[in-house]
Design a protein around this ligand. Structure first.
Ligand code: ADP
Ligand code: GN1
Ligand code: MG
Length: 380
């Protein structure tokens, strides 16, 4: 490619201009005329690219600069995504409204292209007439999202061997996340430990929860499955007109995992009455009616393959994954904001405080949420 990547911190319009240049390396069928930053993901740089043919036909694509600091083996990552999208497409009924992401190859037929700096980019068909939600607006959206992720797990149950690559090793290994947190606190590389004393105390006091699912997995009670592992609400597209789930997206972490990690992250991202980074913690509560919709939606599509031990841990999984992601935000704050994109000083600490407030709310409602799961699971 001709143009180097703009360095981190480059103005958004310059980044978009680079996306436009990179678009020329993919098989888009018409020249790219316009690129704008898109979405609110914390990991990749995402752009909506518009192409206009000589006849005036307009078509959009989703172009992403893959975060190469986080994903160390891009060929393996993209091999996973190619296998998963092909398999999902072959399993989804052609007549249904739901679809799989479609990768657009580069001009050499490869599933990604590298720019002059070595940064990797990929391109998908743009899913039109649908959108993602950072903050849930209606319980029906929770039901749809949870049903879509349950269906997604079901679609991948018969993915032919070999096992998918682990794109981020030990991604949901909560014990290792906890050990990393302790190590970063010990090193205090950015001099921020003093600013996070009460959050560190909150996390340290909950060490006892981190092994529960890992131990049950080690005992053979919770099976390994192919899971999404990043099931936050804004990783599923909902149809603008019908509200129905159209496509599960953000497939970077689809790999071996526990089904409970997916349900847990739905609880984390959908039950919160406030945004993930809201600083008014009085607004951060886990909404029981949303939890009910999640459990109903997820069990509607996943109960046929889940085992009793998985169903028994659904309520706990929300609390665990909310704690785990809060711990990751806190670790990143202490380390100096090296992982998640941030928009303001202290952003990761705000996110950690928010997630820990949600953990408190989930802890307080644990018995009630367990009864909700038990009631739904008992229905024929
Ligand atoms: P990240 O890993 O940074 O979260 P995502 O793959 O989730 O990146 O993409 C960021 C956002 O871009 C999504 O939340 C969604 O709103 C939008 N998006 C992603 N893929 C598509 C697509 N194929 N069509 C339309 N919008 C998309
Ligand atoms: C990241 O990529 P995105 O924004 O959908 C992160 C998830 C976290 C989430 C917290 C690969 O998700 O693990 O739960 O932020 N993805 C990765 O909002 O680390
Ligand atoms: Mg995302």
């Amino acid at each position: 490619m001709q143009s180097p990547s703009p360095p981190a911190g480059t103005a958004p319009d310059e980044r978009a201009a680079q996306a436009l240049r990179v678009a020329a390396h993919f098989e888009l069928g018409a020249p790219a005329t316009h690129a704008v930053p898109h979405g609110s993901g914390h990991i990749n740089d995402t752009f909506a690219v518009t192409c206009r043919s000589a006849q005036g036909h307009v078509r959009r694509y989703l172009l992403q600069r893959i975060n190469g600091r986080i994903f160390r083996d891009i060929p393996a990552l993209m091999q996973n995504i190619a296998r998963v999208t092909q398999h999902a497409r072959s399993r989804l009924p052609a007549s249904g409204a739901e679809r799989a992401l479609t990768l657009i190859p580069d001009r050499s037929g490869a599933p990604f292209a590298r720019d002059e700096t070595g940064a990797a980019w990929r391109c998908y068909d743009f899913i039109e007439g649908a959108r993602t939600y950072d903050l849930l607006e209606r319980p029906e959206q929770a039901r749809e999202a949870a049903a879509a992720f349950g269906r997604f797990q079901g679609l991948l149950a018969d993915l032919p061997a070999p096992r998918l690559h682990e794109t981020i090793p030990a991604f949901h290994h909560t014990r290792r996340r906890f050990e990393t947190f302790l190590e970063i606190v010990r090193r205090d590389p950015a001099g921020r430990v003093a600013a996070a004393q009460s959050e560190i105390a909150f996390a340290t006091a909950r060490e006892a929860t981190v092994d529960r699912l890992l131990e049950r997995h080690a005992r053979g009670e919770l099976p390994e499955r192919t899971t999404h592992n990043d099931t936050k609400l804004n990783n599923v597209m909902l149809d603008d007109a019908t509200g129905r789930a159209v496509c599960v997206i953000d497939l970077d972490t689809v790999m071996p995992g526990l089904a409970l990690y997916d349900f847990g992250d739905l609880v984390r991202s959908a039950t919160n009455a406030a945004a993930e980074d809201a600083t008014d913690l009085t607004q951060v509560v886990a909404r029981p009616e949303i939890f009910t919709a999640l459990a109903e939606g997820y069990l509607a599509t996943a109960r046929s393959f889940l085992c009793p031990a998985e169903i028994a841990e659904l309520a706990f999984s929300g609390r665990l994954i909310t704690f785990e992601i809060g711990l990751r935000f806190l670790t990143d704050f202490i380390e100096g904001d090296v992982y998640f994109k941030t928009k303001r000083p202290g952003h990761n600490l705000d996110r950690a405080r928010n997630q820990f407030a949600l953990v408190r709310s989930l802890e307080g409602q644990q018995a009630a949420f367990q009864r909700i799961v038990d009631r739904i699971a008992a229905q024929p």
